[in-house]
Write a protein that binds this ligand. Structure first.
Ligand code: NAD
Ligand code: ZN
Length: 353
């Protein structure tokens, strides 16, 4: 991986050119925490981004940071106040623990808490390690029919749940999803589970659209070079038989966000999940005169339990998203696969034991 250019990584290389193996003390859980023996950790685009670029926006990695936040593990030690879990419980880890006392937290929007401590968002370490401690109430006990791999996938799935709730998807929704990466695909699964009658998904890569089709997309649309915006909108509307009333951008690309706004039915909702360039050009007045609501999405809030219910009851099947599995000792390889997308990689899973 070409991570040599970033000054932090240059520094890291001086100490240890690989730095995928590091010994740190096993921490003692505080009174409201549990110690977890980590089972599996999925690689997210943001992990790769931090590794390659050393920053995402204002979050800058300026000292060594353990990566990983899509994870599940097994409880191996309890803090003295912990009542909701016992040793041996298999849990999914909601990676952001908010302050619980600010107004955002009190009002239930804890995803907006300015003091949230979120795994692998610098300077906070992530959980790609063998042992890791976490707030017990942000660990979700998995029922026997949900695997630890599925537990790790509750993280991206929760983003899809939050996006679909923000989009007010219900029976009769026509949903356009832009981008068929992991986030677009989980949004597709959740939109279908929430009763959307038709979901159409776009991407630049036919291989990803093929996966979307297998996962239940009613139609797919390949974005090709040289096609005009008007043509793309016309063709997408033809696939629905009308304009979609709900749109979710899961790409972050300017062209895609423009389509989300221009392609949504008047009075509909366009939800933005993809994070690309901080400033982009969009036809805002078009949204204004057609009363298209543009809504942001930041991670998830009170969505983990719903994501778990969807998996536990079989309403969504996230397993096909896992295309590659590696042992923790093979982390370098795993990141190379996630970074290049080789072998049709969608979700790369690292197993810690
Ligand atoms: P990804 O890169 O795997 O998927 C993005 C997909 O969009 C790719 O398949 C790509 O080919 C496609 N794409 C790019 N340009 C396109 C275009 N013009 N039209 C259609 N498709 C296009 O990433 P991911 O893990 O699926 O995440 C998707 C986005 O969501 C990323 O920008 C990520 O940063 C963001 N994200 C946001 C949140 C949040 O809380 N808002 C949480 C997780 C991820
Ligand atoms: Zn708070």
């Amino acid at each position: 991986i070409d991570y040599k250019s970033h000054p932090v990584n240059r520094d890291l290389q001086r100490f240890n050119p690989v730095r995928t193996k590091e010994n740190t003390p096993i921490e003692e859980p505080n009174e409201d925490e549990v110690l977890l023996e980590m089972a599996c950790v999925g690689i997210c685009g943001s992990d790769v981004h931090y590794l390659v670029h050393g920053r995402i926006g204002d979050f800058i990695v300026d000292k060594p940071m353990i990566i990983g936040h899509e994870a599940a593990g097994v409880v191996c030690k309890l803090g003295k106040n912990v009542k909701n879990l016992k040793v041996g419980d298999r849990v999914a880890i909601e990676p952001g623990v908010p302050c619980r006392v600010c107004n955002f937290c009190k009002e239930g929007s804890y995803n907006l808490c300015p003091d949230i401590i979120f795994c692998a968002t610098p300077p906070v370490h992530g959980n790609l390690r063998r042992y890791y401690k976490h707030a017990a109430d942000f660990c979700f006990k998995l029922p026997a029919n949900v695997s630890l791999e599925e537990g790790a996938l509750l993280e991206p799935l929760s983003v899809g749940v939050h996006a679909c709730k923000r989009a007010h998807i219900d029976i009769g929704s026509n949903v356009l999803i832009l981008g068929a990466g992991p986030i677009g695909l989980v949004s597709l699964l959740v939109a279908k589970a929430m009763g959307a009658c038709k979901v159409v998904i776009t991407d630049l890569l036919q291989s990803r659209l093929d996966v979307a089709k297998e996962l239940g997309a009613d139609a797919t649309f390949l974005i090709e070079k040289g096609m005009s915006e008007e043509d793309n909108i016309k063709k997408i509307h033809e696939l629905f038989g009308e304009a979609p009333n709900r749109t979710i951008d899961a790409s972050g690309a300017q062209a895609s966000i423009r389509l989300a706004i221009l392609g949504t039915k008047s009075g509909g909702i366009a939800v933005l999940v993809g994070m690309g360039a901080p400033e982009i050009q969009v036809p805002l007045i078009n949204a204004l005169v057609r009363e298209v609501d543009i809504r942001g999405v930041f991670r998830y809030v009170n969505d983990y339990a719903d994501a778990l219910s969807l998996v536990a009851t079989g309403k969504v099947n996230v397993k096909p998203l896992i295309t590659h599995n590696y042992k923790i000792e093979e982390t370098r390889e795993a990141f190379e696969t996630a970074k290049t997308g080789r072998g049709g990689a969608i979700k790369v899973m690292i197993h810690c034991k």
